[in-house]
Design a binder for this molecule. Structure first.
Ligand code: PRT
Ligand code: ZN
Length: 210
């Protein structure tokens, strides 16, 4: 039996469940159950907050997980990635008030930047030679500039309409992300074989979709 952690309720949930079903795996799911067992594959599915998934897989509480690369890399476990899944594509971008002048990332030197991704942003800014004051907040990041909490933000963007609606404009792409399958790095031989079967099925599903 192999244990897979997926997001309980959020942007990754539906596509994760659909992918597992399209792999030919049947299971019951209901919104109040936190785990379920497949009926035709030795798989147990755990439903968790996405932020908890990388740590659980790193520690071996779960063998496998489906999570966004943004959350995986921010958690500090990029090496757990085994397969790109092609959904939940988005980017982590820097944005400033539309009224502000901007010519390059050097303009952010000494500025206050609000983000939920201090690790990824910190590494990006260090690579650009820019020193800024990062303020870590866990949600509603887009409101920070208009209420005077920060000069800029770094947050997830997909359509861009949230930025627009908060009077912001995107000035730099810091990181590109999609959903990935992750795996514990010390799986038993049996679990490794199950992982390979799952990866093979996921690759077939993706090929058939194209
Ligand atoms: O409760 P839990 O902790 O499990 O979920 P969560 O609220 O932390 O995450 P959730 O469900 O919002 O997102 C899960 C993952 O989906 C993220 O980690 C990303 O990998 C991916 N993803 C893809 C996105 C988006 N697209 C996205 N648009 N995550 C968040 N957003 C936000 C964005 O920050 C903005 O505030 O959606 C808003 C709308 O975006 P626009 O640009 O389309 O307006
Ligand atoms: Zn989360």
């Amino acid at each position: 039996m192999i244990r897979l952690a997926i997001q309980k309720s959020g942007r990754l949930s539906e596509d994760s469940l659909t992918l597992i079903r399209e792999c030919g795996i049947s299971f019951m799911s209901s919104s109040y159950k936190l785990k379920t067992e497949a009926t035709n594959f030795p798989l147990e599915i755990l439903f968790l907050r996405d932020d908890d998934i990388p740590g659980y897989v790193q520690d071996g509480v779960a063998d496998l997980g489906i999570v966004g690369q943004n959350v995986l890399v921010e958690a500090g476990f990029p090496d757990l990635e085994v397969e790109k899944l092609g959904f939940s594509k988005c980017r982590l971008s820097l944005a400033i008030l539309r009224s502000e002048a901007y010519s390059s990332v050097a303009d952010l030197q000494g500025k206050n930047i609000a983000t939920s991704y201090p690790q990824i942003l910190g590494r990006y800014l260090a690579g650009e030679g820019v020193q800024a004051n990062l303020h870590t907040i866990s949600g509603s990041v887009e409101i920070a500039p208009s209420i005077g909490l920060a000069d800029a933000i770094c947050d997830i963007v997909s359509s861009g309409s949230t930025l627009l609606g908060n009077g912001l404009r995107e000035v730099e792409t810091v990181f590109r992300s999609e959903a990935v399958l992750i795996a514990n790095q010390t799986l038993s031989a049996e679990k490794q074989a199950l992982l390979e079967q799952l990866q093979f099925r996921m690759q077939s599903v993706r090929r058939a979709r194209r």
